[in-house]
Design a protein around this ligand. Structure first.
Ligand code: HMG
Ligand code: MG
Length: 298
């Protein structure tokens, strides 16, 4: 009952670059995203419209969004925390906006400076206005599998946040292992509970690979019938407000595994690796994914 097809959502330009200390110029970001658009990816989260003081790496979001070449068939998305962010995302003519909050109270507070209860009305307004502007909306729930401040996060906390987000009218929910602590048994528990309440096709998984468990977690999610995965090329990424969070599962490693398993995706590995070489040259470091390490060893 493993799905025959998987959908990869590239978050490297946002989740990856937000956590890199090397500053990438706007022109280089634009060129990289244009490379990514040629790999067969159908979804790219290109930036975020958060406060530039909180994430200086992405403070050129508007310029990036305006300068990239939009390829038909690709959804170009950006992270939006509030009304102010939505205004900028609409000005940038994003196809999709992604709101975000956490299942745990303290991560929500550190990341977006509000309690969980105070976040709901802010996101409700963003979702309603984005939909009125004919944009699709995705929502992230962070810290589902563990919180850097609180440790264990109860599934009831996650369900409460998911319920509220779906009630707001979102199109897709991305379940986040923000600090990469999840294991396959836990993933199975969470996903078999979620499927009692929500459509599997409306759920994506967002695994970070901090402790090397991300691909195992992906396999478990596939076996539970889920087919949409967020990933970052080369394993770039993290969350600056979650201590110890490292990169997302690497798009290239994920793609290798899926295609060897016989799943189809739209993405072409050689082109992806070329786009990986481009950004690692700009970052002046080698990317941590296994595929990129093989490229680098020649
Ligand atoms: P705040 O300071 O509480 O905001 O920050 P505020 O509403 O009180 O406004 C203060 C000032 O900020 C005002 O300006 C606003 O206009 C301005 P002033 O009147 O003082 O001159 N402002 C903004 N400026 C630009 N863009 C905006 C914006 N909003 C307000 N959007 C806020 C609240 C949410 C803005 C802040 O906490 C923030 O930007 N946080 C972002 C944190 C972040 O980006 N974290 C990483 C992304 S989440 C993640 O990585 C997890 C994920 O990958 C999933 C997973 O792995 O689990 C998605
Ligand atoms: Mg993340």
């Amino acid at each position: 009952h493993i799905p025959q097809q998987a959908i990869l959502k590239e978050v490297g330009p946002r989740d990856g670059l937000q956590n890199e200390s090397t500053t990438i110029s706007t022109d280089d970001k634009v060129e990289w995203i244009n490379h990514l658009s040629e790999t067969g990816l159908t979804y790219i989260e290109i930036t975020s419209f958060v406060h530039p003081k909180w994430i200086p790496q992405l403070s050129d979001s508007l310029q990036v969004a305006k300068q990239i070449k939009r390829k038909p068939g690709i959804t170009y998305a950006a992270l939006v925390p509030n009304q102010k962010g939505l205004e900028r995302a609409l000005e940038a003519d994003m196809d999709e906006v992604s709101v975000f909050m956490s299942a745990s109270e303290s991560h929500n507070q550190y990341n977006i400076n509000k309690s969980i209860n105070a976040t709901f009305p802010v996101l409700q307004q963003v979702v309603s206005e984005a939909r009125a502007a004919n944009k699709s909306v995705r929502a992230y729930v962070s810290t589902v599998f563990g919180c850097p401040y609180e440790g264990e996060v109860k599934l009831e906390q996650t369900l409460r946040v998911c319920d509220r987000l779906f009630d707001m009218g979102i199109d897709e929910l991305s379940i986040g292992d923000t600090i990469g602590v999840a294991n396959p048994i836990q993933v199975e528990n969470v996903l078999t509970t979620l499927e009692r309440y929500y459509d599997k096709n409306a759920i994506a998984l967002h695994f970070h690979n901090t402790r090397g468990t991300a691909l195992a977690n992906v396999l478990t999610a596939l076996q539970c019938g889920y087919a949409t995965f967020d990933s970052a090329l080369g394993g770039l990424g993290g969350c600056p407000y979650a201590k110890g969070a490292s990169g997302n599962v690497a798009t290239d490693d994920l793609l290798y595994m899926l295609s060897e398993m016989g799943l189809t995706t739209e993405v072409e590995l050689p082109k992806l690796l070329q786009a990986g070489e481009f950004i690692q040259n700009k970052l002046k470091k080698s990317l941590p994914s296994h595929q990129m390490q093989m490229v680098n060893k020649g």
